[in-house]
Write a protein that binds this ligand. Sequence first.
Ligand code: NAD
Length: 286
Amino acid sequence: MSAQIIDGKALAAATKAEAAAEAAVLKAKGIEPCLAVILVGENPASQVYVRGKVKDCGECGIKSLELRMPETTTQEELLAKIAELAADKTVNGILVQLPLPKQIDEHAVIDAIPPEKDVDGFSPVNVGRMQTGQPCFLPCTPAGCIRMIESTGTKIDGKNAVVIGRSNIVGKPAALLLLAKNATVTVCHSHTANLKEICANADILVAAVGRAGFVTGDMVKPGAVVIDVGINRGADGKLHGDVNFEEASAVAGYITPVPGGVGPMTRAMLMKNTTQAAAMQNGVAI
Ligand code: NAD
């Protein structure tokens, strides 16, 4: 293996320490940052994610409200709960864990979260602000990817960056953030021709596909920074990334592991967004 590992756990710990310091500043001013997390239904992966977020809040000195609603919850009931939290001045961040049961329209739910409390950065207002380079909450996973790339000392400016995947929560915003940092960005997806050739030309390769081992060694440019967003549960019960780690790490300059890479950073960025939300809503600089 030639690649250096980008240690997501260590970077996440440092990022959470920043959030904890910000929370302490806020508390000294009588403000207790608070994140409300709504979980609808019993999705096992979602339950794990929500538990993780609540634990992170505890570690950072952020109050958390875990609100569980049954699988049969109607859209109206969920929207009413969001409206209640939106009106509550002691709640700074509102996060609805996705995916939602099929009777609920995800877009309507995200639209209902006020932009100033949208710590996931998914609302159209925050997405638009990000696209136009205005201050906003950045979506946690892509923002975490940027921190991980920059942690290597790699300058993004002028580099060829390739993002595989074009979802609203990872691929598209990752591409926008790389573009904002002056990379030349190519977005690949399930209809892309010559995927291998395009990837093999990438100085920075972000994989957000959802297929274990999708990125093979021959798709990696020697010395590239490889960011593996994928979380795929294998038949072995273990978590696997979208990148074939063994092959890619023999070629790349830097690579994120799975687990212990993008996942922990995503969670840490949520803590940062929550302290920022509390500061902004109270007109305090942190
Ligand atoms: P998604 O299913 O919404 O999007 C997958 C994307 O991959 C699509 O845009 C599709 O066009 C592309 N794709 C599919 N097959 C392809 C192919 N053969 N060639 C090229 N592109 C192809 O998934 P998502 O929500 O963006 O998540 C992607 C992965 O990242 C999943 O494994 C998910 O679990 C993981 N994820 C991790 C975190 C984290 O915190 N680490 C956060 C979100 C998502």
